[in-house]
Design a binder for this molecule. Structure first.
Ligand code: ATP
Length: 880
């Protein structure tokens, strides 16, 4: 396992640093305080959350000014990367640490949380931070601290503490021994119990035999008594059956005698009932007669009622007849008016059409007059309409003016162009004149002297001024003409608008006028038709007047129009029929008094009611007599039955005393049988209980015997464990292991030292000696570590750390050294450089932190650390 990369965020002096360890010997170089050791701290923090330096609390590792920090450490083992993320937060913030693996199959988280991650790393490296600090992570100036407590370091690497814990007096082996001892003690007690149970079983079996004998004697007795009991029981049952029958027949006999005396009492009533029947039959003979009488009287009473109503109807009919006759007279009186009215109506109907037309025409005339008046008003409202042609002429005139002015404008533009051309020509001459080198006049071609130059120049300037003035005037003129043209255009626009309005107005005027003419023509036509219709209209009015006058008489006639001679005749017939009817009723009711007939009916009804009650009683008596007749027959049968029952009772021959005697004997035998059975039950119960108890004892014996089977095994386990505990003691297995390791480390150490070019023949590891390590010089003298020079000590210490790493810490592939050259002179330093170079053969990766530039010679990958402001920065330097 080597360190591939470390990424720091706000960790100690590092704000944001990423370092890759790409060399075999990676040298981290920088001035004091640059932030080098912080990198080692971060590696240790990444591995175990414990920096190399002492900090009061973990928050002190966060870069000042920041509230959180983090370290991401990447380790590599045979092409597989492990990434450990550790977080620091102020005030208890929480972000979980993680460890994840990344190989060709992708990445996977192996653990969450600070403790889990640390545990995982311990398992991967197979050691903890303590061991790492005492061996391959070396703090500033602490290379030779490895000599201190070497045996303990090795014990920690070998995890001998775990063996010690195994055999501890509270440890698991001792615990097991105690448990087994206790178990054996328990088994001894069980053995005693077993003996007791066997004895108990024996006693119970003896008692069981005795009880079984007794049970068989009792069973025989029971059989014999039971037989006797069955016999007597049968006899009792026969007598009891007789007893039952005897009492049944007696009770029947009693019931029959009771019935006979009840029937005889009922039959006695017969005579009285017959006499009553006779009497009532005589009395009720009149009932039908009375009923017929009553019906007759009711009929007469109804006829009286009908007569009253018919008399009333008669007087009403007579009244109706008179009214009809009066109406017929009136009808005749108003008939001529009615006929006249009818004729007028017919005439009006023939005129109705024309009258309607007349009316409509009058309305149309009214509307036409209105429309004509409105059109006239509109025409008046239009006022004078200008002539569009005249306006067109004015526009023509204006267009001509514009043409004229445009021509003038064009002339002026030409003139202005000319003047401008002249001015620029003169300017050009003037410029040329100033620049002329030779002595020929550019204007006239004559000799050009200074005087001539001045003269020409003055002339040109005068001329230019004149031209400019002229140009000014022309421009003014051009301006005023342009203004005139735009005024004319403005006027033309206005005239065009006027012209459009005039055209619209005159077209409106035309259409209104023609509409007016049309309406006047139509009005004339209608006037003519009205004239034609006037005579009919007047006739119509006259007829209407007459119709109105006749209307009341016509309506009076209508009131009686439905009356005629037939109706009167019909009424008269009705009167005659009713009169006949009345006469008939009077005849039928004669001889009766209308006022007393009601009273007569009531009296008869009372009598009928009385007789009906008697009739009911007569019916009841007849029913009772029929029942008595039946009773007589039953009585005869019952008496025959009594004789039969008495013979049957006699034949039974039942004796009550005999039954009593038999019952007593049966009770005695039954008691005896019960006593035997109770005794038998008791004996069986005891037998059962004893058998159960024997079964339970057998079960217990079996269980105890099962438990005792282990006793031998436990005894031998007890001996073995005791022996094992002895074997694991410091003087046995641990001593053996330490000795083996000692040999291993010693061989490895000598092997490494042989490459360091030191003047020792051999180095010895001795855990018993005070110093732990001894060196033999070439003369064979044994020297303790304290007797060696500082440089020699550093060499041996480094070799020892490497030897431990190589022989005992296979999983770790790196060595970290912080400022290893402190306290070394120049010569030793150079030696150390050689040694570090040689260590590469032992450990695949070395990380050295130093401020000493000389150490650069040892490295094949150099990382420079600098403090810039408050923050550390790193830079990879090419060593060459
Ligand atoms: N929590 C912190 N935040 C910011 N800076 C810190 C913090 N703790 C310590 N420092 C500073 O970090 C700097 C680097 O310390 P570091 O021990 O890594 O230096 P170095 O390069 O190993 O120096 P030296 O060779 O002197 O040991 C020091 O200047 C120290 O003051």
């Amino acid at each position: 396992m080597i360190i591939r990369k470390i990424e720091l965020k706000d960790f100690l002096s590092h704000k944001d640093t990423t370092i890759e360890f790409n060399g075999t010997i990676n040298v981290i170089i920088g001035h004091n305080g640059a932030g080098k050791s912080s990198i080692i701290d971060s590696i240790m923090f990444g591995l175990f959350r414990k920096p190399l330096r002492d900090v009061r609390k973990q928050e002190d590792l966060i870069r000042k000014g920041s509230s959180r920090g983090s370290v991401i450490l990447t380790l590599e083992n045979k092409g597989v990367n492990y990434t450990i993320k550790r977080y620091l937060q102020n005030r208890g913030g929480s972000t979980e640490d993680t460890i994840s693996i990344k190989d060709q199959n992708g990445s996977k988280t192996l653990g969450y949380g600070a403790q889990n991650v640390t545990q995982k790393i311990k398992e991967m490296l197979n050691l903890d931070d303590e061991v790492l600090r005492s061996t391959i992570v070396v703090g500033q100036g602490k290379i030779d601290s490895v000599f201190e407590n070497l045996p303990n370091t090795i014990k920690a690497i070998l995890k001998l503490d775990k063996i010690e814990k195994l055999r501890d007096s509270n440890g698991p082996i001792k615990e097991l021994i105690d448990e087994i001892q206790l178990e054996i003690k328990n088994l001894n007690t069980i053995e005693e119990w077993l003996k007791k149970y066997i004895q108990e079983k024996k006693e119970k079996e003896q008692r069981l035999t005795f009880l079984k004998n007794e049970l068989s004697t009792l069973s025989k007795k029971e059989e014999e008594v039971s037989k006797r009991y069955d016999e007597i029981k049968k006899r009792v049952e026969i007598e009891e059956e007789k007893e039952r029958k005897y009492s049944e027949l007696n009770s029947l006999l009693g019931k029959l005698n009771e019935e006979i005396s009840r029937l005889e009492k009922e039959i006695e009533k017969e005579k009285g009932l017959k006499e009553e029947k006779e009497k009532l039959s005589l009395e009720t003979i009149q009932l039908d007669q009375l009923r017929r009488e009553k019906e007759k009287l009711i009929e007469i009473q109804n006829k009286f009622k009908l007569l009253d109503s018919e008399l009333n109807n008669y007087s009403l009919l007579i009244k109706d007849l008179e009214t009809l006759k009066e109406k017929l007279n009136k009808k005749k009186e108003f008939l001529p008016y009615y006929n006249e009215y009818q004729q007028i109506e017919e005439k009006i109907a023939t005129l109705e059409e024309k009258e309607k037309e007349y009316d409509t025409l009058l309305k149309q005339i009214q509307k036409l007059e209105n429309d004509i008046e409105q059109i006239k008003a509109k025409i008046m409202g239009m006022g004078n309409i200008p002539d569009p042609k005249k306006i067109e002429e004015e526009i023509e005139k204006l267009n001509k003016e514009i043409e004229e002015k445009s021509r003038q404008k064009e002339d002026l533009n030409n003139q202005i162009g000319e003047i401008k051309g002249k001015i620029s020509e003169l300017n050009r001459i003037l410029e040329n004149l100033n620049e002329v080198k030779g002595n020929t006049c550019p204007v006239c071609g004559r000799e050009l002297d200074a005087h001539h130059k001045i003269k020409i120049s003055t002339e040109i300037k005068v001329k230019t001024e004149e031209l400019k003035k002229e140009l000014q005037n022309k421009l003014l003129e051009l301006n005023s003409i342009s203004k005139l043209i735009s005024d004319y255009n403005q006027k033309i626009n206005e005239k065009r608008k006027e012209q459009q309005i005039a055209i619209k107005k005159s077209s409106d005027y035309e259409s209104l006028n023609s509409r007016k003419e049309e309406l006047i023509k139509e009005r004339e036509k209608i006037y003519n038709r009205i004239e034609e219709l006037k005579q009919y209209h007047e006739l119509y009015n006259e007829l209407k007047k007459k119709e109105k006058e006749l209307r009341p008489k016509y309506e009076e006639y209508l009131k009686y129009s439905d009356v005629d001679e037939d109706k009167i005749k019909e009424k008269e017939e009705q009167v005659a029929k009713l009169k006949e009817e009345i006469e008939k009723l009077k005849k039928e009711t004669s001889g009766y008094d209308k006022n007393t007939i009601g009273e007569q009916i009531k009296n008869i009804e009372k009598k009928i009611k009385d007789l009906e009650e008697k009739k009911n009683r007569l019916n009841e008596i007849e029913k009772e007599l029929a029942v008595i007749e039946k009773y007589k027959q039953i009585l005869v049968q019952d008496k025959e039955q009594v004789v039969k029952l008495k013979t049957e009772i006699e034949n039974l021959n039942f004796d009550e005393n005999k039954l009593k005697e038999l019952k007593n004997t049966k009770d005695e035998i039954e008691k005896k049988l019960n006593d035997i059975r109770i005794k038998k039950g008791e004996v069986s119960g005891e037998i059962n209980a004893i058998e159960n108890s024997i079964r339970e004892i057998d079960q217990k014996i079996k269980e105890l015997e099962g438990k005792l089977k282990n006793k031998q095994t436990l005894l031998s386990a007890f001996d073995k464990l005791k022996k094992l505990r002895d074997e694991l003691s410091e003087t046995n297995l641990q001593a053996y292991l330490m000795n083996t390791v000692r040999n291993l480390v010693e061989d490895s150490l000598n092997n490494i030292l042989s490459r360091f070019d030191l003047a020792f023949s051999r180095v010895e590891v001795d855990f018993n000696g005070k110093e732990g390590i001894y060196a033999y010089n070439t003369s064979g003298q044994r020297l303790s570590i304290n007797q060696l020079s500082g440089g020699e000590r550093v060499s041996i210490a480094l070799a020892l750390r490497l030897a431990l790493a190589k022989s005992l810490m296979n999983e770790v592939g790196f060595l970290i050294l912080d400022e290893p050259t402190v306290n070394l002179d120049e010569y030793r330093k150079r030696e150390l450089i050689d040694i570090i170079r040689s260590t590469v053969e032992v450990v695949p990766q070395i990380i050295v932190v130093t401020h000493d530039e000389e150490l650069l010679q040892a490295g094949d990958y150099v990382i420079k650390v600098e403090k810039k402001g408050d923050s550390s920065k790193i830079e990879v330097i090419n060593v060459d």
